[in-house]
Design a binder for this molecule. Structure first.
Ligand code: SF4
Length: 144
């Protein structure tokens, strides 16, 4: 890896911009994700910034099971996100479909469609668990 690539990777890991995606869960995880992004928990202290476009994102924060309707959209958004990109599955639904498993419209977990770097279990996980999971992932990617 060249010096410039290393610098870009260091900058992205030091100030990761995140995109929040829901593929059809109950919205419990989304409320906790948004809670984690409020000033009370202050994810910005890790340089985390919420963005509205995959083209500006480094990390995809995903919630909900993959449904037949959202499968292609998730794949398209994943492909629109520039490398190096990281995917975090938040909640039991992203791991296996959770309580929606075996529903007629549910394909299963997130890793059946796109590669996932980390899962944060829970139904829903608390904001503290989400922050811990994201911070641990970033530390491990930095080699810290
Ligand atoms: S894991 Fe639980 S809280 Fe999160 S979207 Fe699924 S059912 Fe809702």
């Amino acid at each position: 890896m060249g010096v410039l690539s290393k610098l870009v990777t260091w900058a992205r890991l030091s100030s990761p911009w995140v995109l929040h995606l829901n593929s059809g869960g109950c919205n419990g995880c989304d409320i906790e994700i948004l809670d984690a992004l409020t000033p009370r928990y202050d994810l910005e202290r890790f340089g985390v910034l919420l963005k509205g476009s995959p083209r500006h994102a480094d990390v995809l924060l995903c919630s909900g099971p993959i449904t037949k309707q959202t499968k292609k959209r998730f794949l398209r958004i994943y492909n629109q996100t520039p490398d190096p990109k990281f995917v975090v599955g938040i909640g039991a639904c992203t791991m296996s479909g959770g309580v929606f498993r075996e529903c007629y419209n549910v394909e299963g977990g997130l890793d059946g469609v796109i590669p996932v770097n980390a899962f944060i279990p829970g139904c829903p996980p608390k904001p503290e668990a989400i922050i811990h999971g994201v911070a641990t992932l970033l530390a491990s990617l930095k080699g810290g």
